[in-house]
Design a protein around this ligand. Structure first.
Ligand SMILES: Cc1cc2nc3c(=O)[nH]c(=O)nc-3n(C[C@H](O)[C@H](O)[C@H](O)COP(=O)(O)O)c2cc1C
Length: 140
């Protein structure tokens, strides 16, 4: 199995409805391909973790990269894995615009950064891990 994480910037302002549609489609597609993961949104910045069978994740990532609703996409991490971070989430979602709704300290620190695009790559895995421990009640 394989895990990939990237950061990108939305080129359009997503309404709640548009975001719900994106998530619904993502969850439907991902379930069929045994892909799981988490999408974090802060302002216009997306941080996404995709995990599952390597070919499926790579194929999906190629599709996502071509999506004109975001750009400035930077791949952060790709690694072979033994186990998933998010086995039960076809695509979890967390909006971190409102700090009060964030329980994970590491994710909180991340979301308080002035420039969300400047961070240590090693930090990212730590943020996801901390998030799983703390926020297991995320909406899926
Ligand atoms: C930030 C972002 C994350 C996305 N994540 C997923 C995803 O996890 N799974 C998915 O199928 N599509 C995802 N998409 C949508 C894809 O880019 C693409 O529009 C969609 O997969 C097309 O599905 P279709 O081939 O069924 O029409 C994402 C798009 C954006 C902008």
């Amino acid at each position: 199995m394989y895990r990939l994480m990237y950061i990108s910037n939305a080129t359009v302002r997503f309404s709640d409805e548009e975001l719900e549609e994106l998530l619904a489609l993502a969850r439907e597609n991902n379930s069929k391909k045994e892909v799981t993961g988490l999408l974090i949104l802060k302002g216009r910045t997306f941080l996404q973790c995709l995990e599952g069978p390597k070919e499926e994740v790579i194929e999906l990532f190629e599709k996502i990269q071509k999506d004109s609703r975001h750009d400035s996409l930077v791949e952060l991490i790709d690694e072979d894995i033994e186990s998933r971070y998010f086995p039960n989430w076809s695509m979890g979602y967390k909006n971190i615009n409102h700090i009060d709704s964030v329980s994970s300290e590491k994710l909180k620190n991340f979301s308080l950064k002035e420039n969300i695009n400047s961070f240590d790559i090693n930090e990212i895995s730590e943020i996801f891990k901390d998030f799983i421990e703390v926020e297991s009640n995320v909406n899926n």
